[in-house]
Design a protein around this ligand. Structure first.
Ligand SMILES: NC(=O)C1=CN([C@@H]2O[C@H](COP(=O)(O)OP(=O)(O)OC[C@H]3O[C@@H](n4cnc5c(N)ncnc54)[C@H](OP(=O)(O)O)[C@@H]3O)[C@@H](O)[C@H]2O)C=CC1
Ligand SMILES: O=C(O)C1=N[C@H](C(=O)O)C[C@H](O)C1
Length: 254
């Protein structure tokens, strides 16, 4: 509910997309949210303003999300964002826009599923105890970006945990081979991206040390896995002005 005890007025950007359509269904089904605007490519974004949108949910495309967010921030609309493609430069730009919009909150969440959030947390917890850690993400082939936002974030939290623990660099004697065979280097962590028809969204973190390995795997088998987290973000965002990265900031994970 909003502060006034009314359902939160939600607008969805990317409403006809794979995740956006699922989010629209979830917002309509919940008692404390109301879907007031559904906007997709080619639609007029000012439909959000006309409908009195309080919180926007964006599941669009990395190429358009910044323009969408600039519009929302300028018009005092909170944003809960699943769209990927956020590097440090983009986050800095959002913070600059938000500095001129006191009270407005933006949540950038690389992954809204609880299992994926826990996977990232467990990976960071385990990373300092192993010599080697690599990330393998597996997605449907219609995905726009690689590596996935989740894999990028996982590599960042692994790298931060290893830095904090003073871990040695990971062993890798590779000196010859084909470009790309060792994946992408994200903050010193190797990330491998697979695109396979039939998959939805999956990730493995493989950790190894002398005589043993640990594999942490998460599978989103259906896009409904993202909607409880999106609704949690929608409910919390008005109380968190400024920029937040990661839904875990709004969850009590202990
Ligand atoms: N954080 C998370 O938990 C998750 C994040 N994602 C991310 O969300 C994003 C969307 O994923 P997905 O739903 O699979 O992609 P889709 O391509 O299925 O959906 C995106 C939708 O956005 C539309 N769109 C494009 N431009 C605009 C615009 N300017 N305004 C409004 N709508 C627009 C597209 O229209 P058209 O097709 O005509 O261009 C399409 O309908 C990706 O970045 C993906 O990585 C996905 C799943 C979970
Ligand atoms: O495009 C997708 O499908 C997904 N995108 C997000 C990402 O890039 O991490 C979240 C999830 O992996 C599904």
């Amino acid at each position: 509910m909003s502060a006034a005890g009314e359902p939160i007025k939600v607008g969805v950007l990317g409403a006809r997309g794979k995740v956006g359509a699922e989010v629209c269904r979830a917002v309509e089904a919940a008692d404390d949210t109301e879907l007031v605007a559904s906007v997709d490519a080619g639609d007029d974004i000012t439909a959000l303003n006309a409908a009195g949108t309080e919180v926007v949910v964006d599941f669009t495309h990395p190429d358009v999300v910044m323009e969408n967010l600039h519009h929302c921030i300028q018009h005092g609309i909170h944003a809960v964002v699943g769209t990927t493609g956020f590097d440090r430069g983009r986050l800095d730009q959002l913070e600059a826009w938000l500095a001129d919009a006191p009270g407005v909150g933006v949540l950038i969440a690389p992954n809204f599923s609880i299992g994926a959030i826990l996977m990232m947390r467990f990976a960071a917890q385990a990373a300092p105890f192993f010599e080697s850690v690599e990330v393998v993400e597996l997605h449907h082939p219609d995905k726009a970006d690689a590596p996935s936002g989740t894999a990028g974030r996982t590599a960042e939290v692994i790298a931060a945990a290893r830095r904090d623990a003073g871990s040695a660099p990971m062993p890798d004697a590779t000196s010859t081979g084909l470009d790309g065979a060792r994946g992408a280097d994200v903050d010193g962590v190797r990330v491998h991206s697979l695109r396979v028809r039939g998959l939805v969204a999956h990730q493995e973190v493989l950790l190894g040390t002398a005589g043993e390995t640990l594999t942490i795997r998460h599978d989103s088998l259906d896009r409904v896995s993202f909607t409880p987290g999106v609704l949690a973000g929608v409910r919390a965002i008005a109380d968190h002005p400024g920029l937040t990265v990661g839904l875990d900031a709004f969850l009590d994970l202990g």
